[in-house]
Design a protein around this ligand. Structure first.
Ligand code: GLU
Length: 317
């Protein structure tokens, strides 16, 4: 049975392109995720745009029960609202399959039988140029006989796109001009699930997302997504990859850094307002000691004045 629909404090829906926050329900949102959500909301609302929440729950092995509800409750607790019902990727399989079918019909996909281990081994071969996370193209030119042999041996293929090193550049609103080449990345995993790169592009286009605002850790995915937009004839959104919150050790924020979620902060006696104030200060939107409301932040928000580098999580400041 589908989980119950959660209707947040819906606001009137202005026309125009939308913004979005797209959490994966694999663990509680930490202050870095919440700050990204806040920024996505501020970008959209300050432009008078709709703001949507999309639950990216395609990786069933990593989805944890109850996390979606907890994430949505945390977003509401810091004052965010969104338009319309929450959309879940697991309920949109037909859309992704349609896009995969179109790419396949154009001859842009091929089956790949490699295991992760084989890809790692090939990528670290002494003469191989590819970086460790880059697909070296092993299955690109397999013959039908070779494919049949692999399938007869019980291997089920993933589908990869023939990107063949396509060079992509795009302008990021915060990080400036970005460019990169793309390897032959997966669009359908070997367990049949559409890959993140494919689903995100299909959804952003289908939902009319004009501005993708997300963490800077995803900037390396963007050339692949821009390429997929082009291959599928979809509009390319504007991108703003926002700075991350790091742990005191300079690493990406995580549970081991202590009380980094709203629930954990509450156990320390700090409510959502306190965390919102920390986020606002870290973004230059509030003074020390001040506890602004979400509407104050909206009134003060100016994308051009956002910090460009990461912030170290330090709840004492
Ligand atoms: N679901 C992704 C995440 O939680 C975000 C995807 C996106 O914003 O494009 O990291």
């Amino acid at each position: 049975m589908a989980p119950p629909e959660i209707h947040p404090n819906t606001v009137a829906v202005p026309s125009g392109r939308a913004g979005r926050f797209a959490p994966s329900p694999t663990g509680p949102l930490h202050v870095g995720n919440l700050r990204t959500a806040l920024l996505a909301w501020l970008f959209a609302r300050s432009a008078g745009a709709r703001f949507l929440v999309r639950v990216e729950d395609l990786d069933r092995s990593r989805v944890r029960p109850g996390i979606e509800e907890a994430q949505l409750a945390d977003l509401r607790a810091i004052g965010l609202d969104w338009d319309g019902p929450v959309v879940r990727q697991s309920e949109r399989m037909a859309l992704y399959e349609e896009a995969i079918g179109r790419l396949d019909a154009e001859g842009l996909l091929y089956p790949c039988y490699c295991s992760r281990k084989e890809i790692r081994a090939a990528a670290s071969a002494p003469h191989g140029i590819p970086a460790a996370d880059r697909y070296p193209g092993t299955c690109r030119e397999l013959t039908q006989t070779e494919r049949t042999e692999r399938e007869a041996a019980g291997r089920w293929p993933a589908l990869r796109v023939r990107a063949e090193g396509s060079w992509v550049s795009f302008k990021d609103r915060l990080m400036g001009c970005q460019e990169g080449d793309t390897d032959d990345f997966v669009v359908r995993r070997n367990d049949g699930a559409p890959a993140y790169q494919l689903a995100v592009v299909v959804d952003d286009a289908d939902q009319g997302i004009g501005d993708v605002v997300r963490g800077a850790d995803l900037v390396d995915s963007t050339p692949r997504q821009v390429l997929l937009c082009r291959m599928l004839g979809l509009p390319i959104p504007r991108y703003a990859h926002v700075p991350l919150v790091l742990g005191p050790d300079g690493q990406r924020l995580a549970k081991r850094h202590g009380a980094v979620t709203l629930e954990a902060r509450s156990a320390h006696g700090e409510g959502p307002g306190g965390l919102l104030a920390w986020m606002a200060r870290s973004l230059g939107l509030a003074e020390p000691g001040e506890k602004p409301g979400i509407e104050d932040l909206l009134a003060r928000f100016d994308p051009d004045r956002l910090p460009r580098g990461p912030t170290v999580w330090d709840p004492g400041t």
